[in-house]
Design a binder for this molecule. Structure first.
Ligand code: G4P
Length: 529
């Protein structure tokens, strides 16, 4: 590998933010982009979010498609690092995409609301991170409000997410009494002043916590509390171990307030310093190193273009090795076809630009007409298939009701294509002729219906179903499997690729079936090979 290539790889940082809605992901993203100079003004990201969530009318949102595609990947430069921040859609647009984006990152930032601790969506996203042991840095946000005790927050993270916390900063007070944070590594204090866009880079150095200067800076009460806390931490908290962070068994923790841009620079500095550059990726045959000369990568997300006249879609592609150059020819291995990547797009914070070159860790957008599937691998030579881009078990289910039965064929075609794109999962029960849609977030159903109408001329609606979970099932013992299928025929369906799936009304039902058939394996994710 050339030195230049090595250098380009080592300055790439590709990450996503995991958080529960309202923890402050959008606010933090905006501040990070401000530091990176990718946006000039506070409010740019926020206004897009407001536009998204002021309405659940997906079509209206998608008229702004140019913007929403661009914000899927936010590229910025900070201290000579090329950072790709991949958006993990939340709120109503929470979907499988949100999960799948995490298969394309090298690390994650977890944002926790200090008033709420660990919330459900964070737990779900953390499960996905755990599949690849993605290293995670934690930012505990909203310290300018009264929240849970910092030590309780750490215990909450450790218990609910099963990851060790190593605080690298510590808050001095909170809410109205929030004075600032103490940097445990540098042993310095940064004092809090609300609502500033930029802050002095250096804090006030406090060599010895016993120094009365501390009392002058933050007041006696806060100073004593900090001394107490730090003493307690020295006995109770885990020391930061870089290797443990990389293995994802430990998360370094920072405190701050995104809206006040407080603690964000410290977070970003630590992020670029600690987070890993693109590493090797698994394929079905071998590990692919980013330093390899041969170009390779995979698609992890497909976004449909809503222009009914052009059914083209953008496939989001992560470069894993080699170098992408505009106009290069690559092999699309699943189809065994050569593809010319002439119109690939690179994603910047505010605009789309044509890409001339891209390196491992970068995300490029490839226009296509529905031929690319999630997980497809492209290379410029060797045949490879990247692994680790699965389907995730849906949690919401609807039965499709076709208004005009003569459009059955179009319905089938549309559903199959959308399933391949990863927009929605489609199941056919083994008993009956229904189509069942499965999704991770309910907005997907609305999207599917709108697209069926616009792109395939199919007028359909949907009805609720009692299922709440799905598991892909298999068993080596044929006799057991036959018995299982017989006993559970009203809960079994085939997915779009023909894999048998067990749909259940709730965990109790799943657990009960599991007990009856201990030899059957129930998978929460499934990879297409
Ligand atoms: P999200 O993307 O994770 O959903 O969260 P977002 O950034 O939109 O933040 C959710 C709410 O929390 C927003 O308030 C935002 O202003 C607020 N917030 C974010 N960071 C902080 C912080 O450090 N301290 C405090 N006190 N609040 C914070 P909102 O009322 O929903 O929106 P807005 O009217 O303020 O825009």
């Amino acid at each position: 590998m050339s030195n230049k290539h090595q250098k380009e790889v080592s300055k790439r940082r590709t990450f996503g933010i995991i958080s529960h809605p309202d923890a402050g992901k959008t606010t933090l993203t905006e501040k990070l982009l401000l530091f990176g100079g990718a946006i000039q003004m506070a409010g740019a990201v926020k206004s897009r979010k407001t536009a998204t969530h002021a309405t659940s009318d997906w079509m209206a949102v998608e008229r702004e498609r140019g913007i929403s595609v661009t914000t899927s990947v936010m590229r910025f430069n900070y201290h000579n690092y090329e950072i790709n921040l991949l958006d993990t859609p939340g709120h109503q647009d929470f979907s499988e995409d949100t999960y799948r984006v995490l298969t394309a990152v090298d690390s994650a930032l977890m944002v926790i609301d200090s008033g709420k601790g660990v919330e459900t969506q964070t737990t779900k996203l953390m499960e996905v991170c755990r599949m690849r042991n993605t290293p995670i840095i934690t930012f505990i946000n909203k310290l300018d409000r009264d929240g849970l005790e910092p030590l309780d927050l750490l215990s909450d993270i450790e218990e609910k997410l099963q990851i060790e916390c190593a605080p690298l900063s510590w808050p001095i007070g909170m809410g109205k009494g929030f004075k600032g944070v103490y940097d445990l590594l540098r042993q310095q204090i940064t004092l809090f002043t609300p609502s500033q866009d930029t802050r002095p880079e250096d804090g006030i150095v406090v060599q010895d916590l016993a120094d009365p200067m501390l009392d002058t800076l933050v007041g006696n009460f806060a100073a004593d509390k900090l001394r107490e806390d730090i003493e307690l931490l020295q006995g109770a908290a885990n020391p930061f171990e870089y290797e443990h962070y990389l293995k994802a068994s430990q998360t370094p923790v920072f405190f701050g307030s995104a809206i006040n841009n407080f603690g964000v620079r410290e977070l970003l500095d630590a992020f670029v310093e600690l987070s890993p550059a693109p590493g090797p990726r698994a394929t079905t045959t071998r590990l692919v190193d980013p330093g390899e000369e041969g170009f390779s990568g995979f698609t992890f997300k497909i976004q449909a273009n809503m222009d009914p006249a052009h059914r083209d879609r953008i496939a989001f592609f992560r470069v894993c090795s080699g170098k992408f150059t505009r106009g290069m020819k690559v092999m699309h291995h699943r189809l065994g076809k050569e593809v010319n990547l002439s119109n690939a797009t690179i994603f910047m914070a505010q605009e789309r630009a044509h890409v001339d070159e891209a390196y491992p860790g970068d995300i490029i957008g490839i226009h296509n007409h529905g031929t690319i599937k999630i997980g497809d691998t492209f290379t410029d030579r060797e045949e490879l298939k990247f692994t680790g881009i699965p389907n995730f078990a849906p949690e919401h289910f609807r039965r499709v009701v076709l208004k005009n039965p003569l459009r059955m064929k179009q319905l089938q075609k549309g559903l199959l294509q959308m399933a391949e794109e990863g927009a929605v999962q489609v199941f056919r029960p083994i008993v009956g002729n229904d189509y069942i849609l499965g999704a991770v977030g309910v907005l997907q159903f609305e999207v599917t219906m709108t697209r069926l109408k616009d792109e395939y001329g199919v007028d359909a609606t949907y009805e609720p179903l009692k299922y709440t979970l799905a598991r892909w099932v298999h068993c080596d013992n044929k006799r057991v499997m036959t018995e299982f299928e017989k006993k559970n025929q009203f809960n079994l369906a085939f997915d779009a690729e023909g894999h048998l799936t067990y749909l259940a009304e709730g965990n109790w039902r799943l657990n009960h079936t599991r007990e009856l058939f201990p030899e059957v394996i129930f998978d929460k994710t499934r990879e297409s090979v």
